[in-house]
Design a binder for this molecule. Structure first.
Ligand SMILES: [Zn+2]
Length: 683
C-alpha cells in the first residue's frame, strides 16, 4: 500500500530506492508536494535508548575518544559563532539530543541556564565527568519537566525521529509562548553538495527540504528564518499559539528548494585538492547560500595562504639553518601547529644553529617511521628529537612505541649517527598510568640515545621511577629552549621595563576533565571576575589562542561584559609571537608554553595551574609563588589571583624582574653546559 506523506499528508508520493552510506539500496518514500523523503513508518526501530545507535555511529565507544570530544567541542564553538544572532535571545534553554553536552556547555559559559536531554545513557552521563553538569538520559517523548522552557535547540536529531509532527508538538508543549527554537539538520536540498551517497543513511528516517521543514513547523511556530549552515539547514522560530501555515510562503520555499537542487546538480564535479567530487560544489555554493560569501571566501583564502605559501616560506628559511651538512630534526614544526610547538621547534634549531653549522631535514613526530626515514637519518650529521611533551600516550596513540614518536625497537637500533633527545617532557596527568609498552620503549630509548635530556626536574624524577638505576645518571636536565629566548636570539626587540598596562591570558581547554576536575564553570567565572578587577585597575586584557579552542574563555568574558581583545597566535610567525609577548606586562597561562615563552622574553607570568608540568617549571626556577591552583577553594580564588598579580606586577615589580633575569641566565648556563657534552658527541 502506498503511504501518504508523513509531513504534509499528500497522496502524491513515490516509492524510491537510493544507495546510502551503509547499504546499497535504501527504500524511501518521496513526496511530490513538499519534497520530503522518509523511510516508511513500519520500518522504524528505536535504536537510541538501547545503545545500538552508539554502536553503529559512534564505533561502539561507550565514552567518546579524545578526538571525538575535540571535534564535538569545535563544532559547538563554531555553532556558537554562526548562530550568535539567534542565541543572544536565548534564556533557560533545553537542548534536545545533547550528546555529551558540548553545546550545553557553551550555552552555560555564555551565562544561559540550560539543560540537556540525551537518550544514550553513557553519553548523557559523560557530561558530568567532562564539563561538570548533569544531563537527563531520556527521549523527548518521555521527558516531563516541572517548568516550561524559554528556548530550545536541537542539532541533527529531527532526522532520526519516528514522527516529526509528534516531536515538534511535544517540543512546543515544553515551551513558553514566544519561546525561541533553533533546529539544525542535514539538508536534502544540498544533499551534501551533490554527494548523494553520504546524504542517505539508515539511521536517518527523514530528509527535509526547505518546504517540508516549513510545513512541519508552521502550525506551532512563527518562522523567523530558514537558512543553510555548511551542508545543513536550520530553522529559527518562535512559539506562537496562533501560528498558521501560509500557502504563499510554502510555495516560495518549494521553488527555492527546487532551484537550489538544480543549481547544485548543474555545477560540474571536479575532484580538487584531493577532496571528493562534491568539494568544488560546496566551495562555490556554501558561501552564497549562507549569505556570507565575503567572510567564507576570506576564510578559505586565509587558510589556503597559511597552509601553503606562508608555511612554505617559513620552512624554507628554517631548513636553511646555519648551512653545512644536513642534520635531522623530529618535532612539530609547521607554522600552523599549536603555537607552543611551532616556537619550541624553532628555538631548538636556533640553539643548535648558534653552536654548529648545519642545514635541517624536518620530520613530523606523528609521521610513521619507515626504512626510508631511518636511512635518511643515517645520512645526516646527527639526529635531534624534541622538544615538547613527547612522553605522552594520547596525542599520537600507537602500539609501536607507546609514546609520541612511533619508532620500533628494531628501527631504533639501526640509527648510527649521534642521537640527541632534547628537552622533552613527561606529560602524564595525575592518575594517568604509563603502559608496559611505554616503559619498555622508554628504557630502550634511554639506552640507545647518546644524549638524553628532559626539560624539568619534575619530569626527571617521574621518569627515574620507570627505569633501572643504572640509567639514572644518563638523564640530563635541559631546560626548554623557549625559557631563554632572550639569551639566544640576537635580533629581538628590546624589553622595555616601562609598564604597558597590558595583560594577556591563555586558558587551555584540551583534556579539561583532567584540568578542571568537573568544576569548570565556577572556576572560569571566578577567573573572569579576577580579570575584571585587574581591568578596573587600568589594564587592557588580551585573550591569547595557541589553538582556536583556547577562545572558549572569551565566551565567559563576553557573558560578564568584561572588555578584552582576542589575539590568535596559532598561525603567527615566531617573530610576531615574540613581539606580542614582549609587549605585555604579564601573561596568565595554563599552557606550559604560554608561560615558558613569555618568561623567555622577560615577561612576567602567573601560571594557572591544574597540571603538574606548569609547577615543574616553576619549581625549577624557585618561583612557586607565581602559581595559582585553579582547584583551590573557590571562595578565595578571585582574591588570590588579584593578590598574586598585584605582588608580581606592582608591589614587587623590580624584584620580580631581577629574579626572572637571574633565573633565565641560570637556565641558559645549563643550556650551554649541555652543549659542551653535545659538542663532544657531534664533532
Ligand atoms: Zn509532503
Amino acid at each position: 500500500m502506498k503511504e501518504n506523506c508523513i509531513i504534509c499528508s499528500s497522496e502524491f508520493t513515490d516509492e524510491i530506492r537510493v544507495s546510502a552510506r551503509d547499504v546499497n539500496s535504501l527504500k524511501l518514500i518521496r513526496c511530490k508536494s513538499c519534497l520530503h523523503e522518509f523511510q516508511a513508518s513500519d520500518d522504524y526501530k528505536d535504536i537510541y535508548t538501547n545503545g545500538s545507535f552508539t554502536k553503529m555511529a559512534r564505533s561502539g565507544f561507550k565514552v567518546p575518544p579524545t578526538e571525538k570530544i575535540k571535534s564535538l567541542d569545535k563544532r559547538a564553538i563554531s555553532r556558537n559563532k554562526y548562530f550568535n544572532h539567534i542565541l543572544t535571545n536565548f534564556k533557560n534553554t533545553l537542548e534536545i539530543g545533547s550528546s555529551i553536552g558540548s553545546f550545553v556547555n557553551i550555552l552555560k559559559l555564555r551565562g544561559i541556564k540550560s539543560h540537556g536531554i540525551e537518550p544514550d545513557k553513557d553519553y548523557a552521563k559523560f557530561s558530568n565527568r567532562q564539563y561538570g553538569f548533569k544531563q537527563e538520559a531520556t527521549l523527548l517523548e518521555d521527558f516531563s519537566p516541572s517548568d516550561k522552557f524559554k528556548s530550545a535547540c536541537s542539532f541533527h536529531v529531527l532526522e532520526h525521529v519516528q514522527n516529526p509532527h509528534r516531536f515538534i508538538l511535544k517540543t512546543s508543549e515544553l515551551l513558553e509562548e514566544h519561546a525561541d527554537v533553533l533546529f539544525e539538520l542535514p539538508s536534502l536540498d544540498l544533499h551534501y553538495y551533490g554527494d548523494y551517497k553520504t546524504n542517505y543513511w539508515t539511521p536517518h528516517i527523514h530528509y527535509f527540504s526547505l518546504s517540508s521543514l516549513y510545513y512541519l513547523f508552521s502550525p506551532y511556530f512563527n518562522i523567523k528564518e530558514i537558512g543553510f549552515y555548511g551542508s545543513a539547514v536550520y530553522i529559527h522560530a518562535n512559539k506562537n499559539s496562533n501560528a498558521k501555515f501560509e500557502q504563499k510562503e510554502f510555495n516560495r520555499l518549494l521553488k527555492k528548494s527546487k532551484l537550489i537542487r538544480r543549481l547544485i546538480k548543474a555545477t560540474p564535479s571536479i575532484p580538487l585538492f584531493g577532496k571528493n567530487k562534491a568539494f568544488i560544489k560546496q566551495l562555490i555554493w556554501q558561501p552564497i547560500l549562507q549569505n556570507n560569501t565575503k567572510k567564507v571566501l576570506l576564510k578559505y583564502l586565509r587558510k589556503a595562504y597559511t597552509y601553503t605559501i606562508a608555511d612554505w616560506n617559513y620552512l624554507r628559511v628554517e631548513r636553511k639553518g646555519s648551512t653545512g651538512k644536513k642534520a635531522f630534526h623530529i618535532s612539530y614544526f609547521n607554522l600552523w601547529e599549536n603555537t607552543g610547538d611551532t616556537i619550541l621547534s624553532h628555538c631548538v634549531r636556533n640553539n643548535f644553529n648558534t653552536q654548529f653549522k648545519q642545514k635541517w631535514e624536518l620530520k613530523r613526530v606523528t609521521e610513521p617511521v619507515s626504512t626510508q626515514t631511518i636511512s635518511s637519518i643515517n645520512k645526516s650529521k646527527y639526529l635531534v628529537v624534541g622538544g615538547g611533551g613527547l612522553l605522552l600516550p594520547d596525542s599520537n596513540p600507537n602500539n609501536i612505541s607507546g609514546w609520541q614518536w612511533s619508532i620500533s625497537k628494531e628501527q631504533l637500533q639501526e640509527i648510527n649517527v649521534p642521537f640527541i633527545i632534547y628537552a622533552i617532557g613527561y606529560n602524564y596527568f595525575p592518575g594517568q598510568e604509563p603502559s608496559d609498552l611505554f616503559k619498555k620503549s622508554l628504557n630502550e630509548l634511554i639506552s640507545k640515545a647518546d644524549f638524553f635530556s628532559l626539560r624539568n626536574i619534575g619530569s626527571i624524577e617521574r621518569v627515574k621511577k620507570l627505569i633501572p638505576n643504572e640509567h639514572h645518571n644518563k638523564i640530563h636536565w635541559q631546560p626548554c629552549p623557549t625559557t631563554s629566548i632572550r639569551q639566544n636570539f640576537k635580533n629581538l626587540p628590546k624589553k622595555t621595563l616601562i609598564k604597558k598596562n597590558a595583560v594577556a591570558i591563555n586558558v587551555a581547554f584540551d583534556r579539561y576533565q583532567l584540568r578542571f576536575k568537573g568544576n569548570m564553570h565556577l572556576i572560569l567565572i571566578e577567573l573572569a571576575l579576577a580579570l575584571r578587577d585587574i581591568h578596573l585597575k587600568g589594564y587592557k586584557l588580551y585573550v591569547i589562542g595557541h589553538l582556536k579552542e583556547d577562545f572558549i574563555f572569551s565566551i565567559v568574558l563576553k557573558s560578564l561584559d568584561i572588555p578584552f581583545k582576542e589575539k590568535n597566535l596559532q598561525f603567527a610567525s615566531p617573530e610576531k609571537c615574540f613581539e606580542f609577548y614582549n609587549n605585555v606586562d604579564l601573561v596568565f597561562g595554563s599552557r606550559g608554553h604560554a608561560q615558558m615563552i613569555p618568561f623567555g622574553l622577560n615577561t612576567k607570568i602567573i601560571s594557572l595551574g591544574t597540571h603538574n608540568k606548569l609547577k615543574y617549571f616553576l619549581e625549577d626556577i624557585d618561583a612557586v609563588d607565581w602559581f595559582v591552583d585553579l582547584n583551590m577553594d573557590l571562595a578565595f580564588l578571585r582574591e588570590c589571583i588579584v593578590d598574586s598579580f598585584e605582588k608580581i606586577v606592582e608591589i614587587n615589580k623590580t624584584h620580580t624582574e631581577d629574579r626572572l633575569i637571574q633565573k633565565q641566565l641560570e637556565l641558559n648556563r645549563k643550556n650551554e653546559e649541555n652543549f659542551e657534552v653535545i659538542n663532544r658527541l657531534i664533532n
